[in-house]
Design a protein around this ligand. Structure first.
Ligand code: PMP
Length: 286
């Protein structure tokens, strides 16, 4: 069965799926998106992902393309149609198609596009060795809390990381503090064993995995602080890791070529990853 995409009310073979050249997503990056993990046919943390989509749409004053209830149904239909047991669903909403003009068009219908992809999560090699990150200046806008499809700084950053042989780039604000990864949130564990991640302000995307990890940490009685940390503090930390819907909890063992802790994945990151995997296994059936 060929893979299908959902495009504005139709299920289209993936290779034939297109949008209009005057879609505002294409011309202005005037849109938002979500990526939700599918494990064993279940959507992981569906509710908070859809809440964040709602928030992103409201912040940009883009209308919902379909009702929230309908979105749930359409996502499940696409996942079933494409036979995805483990992977992701990508959901994108743009302000729609209109003659090119910066001002919001009157009467344009928002566009909804969804695709799925088979994927496996967490290669054992990454877990055994951890990953490297490089640090780069954060050149993004001031509304990083909106999950906007304007991802050019992140694409440039991820490319730079890849060319440096690193898995991820951590973006750094002018005050020297790490904001987040190009597609993940950044965490460290201090010498005293305190988990630290940046608070969810306009300067980062509030990761759904981040929120889940904070809940798991609280449930496990771990000490944690939501505060900014510098590259220097991260380099001297006992542990570091990243989180996202596709990397879950992935240990970071090198930052700009410097070894973190004793150079192998830390015990807290490993424990949180195990907790997260247990949570994912228990995700609500689709
Ligand atoms: N920050 C950025 C910039 C991201 O792109 C992502 C992934 N979409 C995240 C953090 C992690 O968010 P989530 O846990 O919801 O995948």
């Amino acid at each position: 069965m060929p893979r299908h995409a959902y495009v504005n009310g139709r299920y289209v073979p993936h290779g034939d799926a297109t949008v209009h050249i005057e879609d505002r997503g294409y011309q202005f990056a005037d849109g938002v998106y979500e990526v939700i993990t599918i494990v064993d046919g279940h959507l992981v943390d569906e509710e908070p992902h859809v809440d964040r989509l709602d928030r992103s749409l409201n912040e940009l004053r883009i209308a919902w393309p379909v009702s929230r209830r309908a979105l749930g149904f359409l996502m499940r239909t696409l996942i079933r149609r494409n036979g995805v047991r483990t992977g992701i669903i990508y959901i994108q909403v743009t302000r729609g198609v209109a003659p090119r003009d910066f001002r919001f068009p009157k009467g344009a219908e928002p566009s909804l596009v969804m695709t799925t992809r088979h994927m496996t999560f967490g290669s054992p090699k990454l877990m055994e060795e951890g990953v490297s990150v490089v640090t780069i200046p954060d050149i993004r806008w001031q509304r990083r809390d909106i999950k906007s499809i304007a991802l050019l700084p992140q694409a440039l950053g991820k490319q730079q990381a890849a060319e440096a042989g690193a898995f991820e780039a951590w973006m750094v604000d002018p005050d020297g503090t790490v904001t987040e990864g190009t597609s993940s949130n950044a965490w460290i564990v201090t010498g005293e064993g305190v988990l630290v991640t940046r608070p969810a302000t306009n300067l980062i995307l509030n990761g759904i995995t981040r929120l889940r990890i904070l809940k798991l940490a609280a449930a496990a009685g771990l000490r944690y602080e939501e505060r900014p940390f510098t590259v220097e503090e991260a380099c001297c930390a006992r542990e570091a890791f990243i989180s996202s819907a596709t990397t879950f909890v992935t240990p970071v063992t090198r930052i700009d070529g410097r070894s973190i802790g004793n150079g192998v994945p830390g015990s807290l990151a490993s424990a949180l990853r195990a907790d997260y995997l247990a949570f994912v296994g228990e995700a609500v059936p689709a």
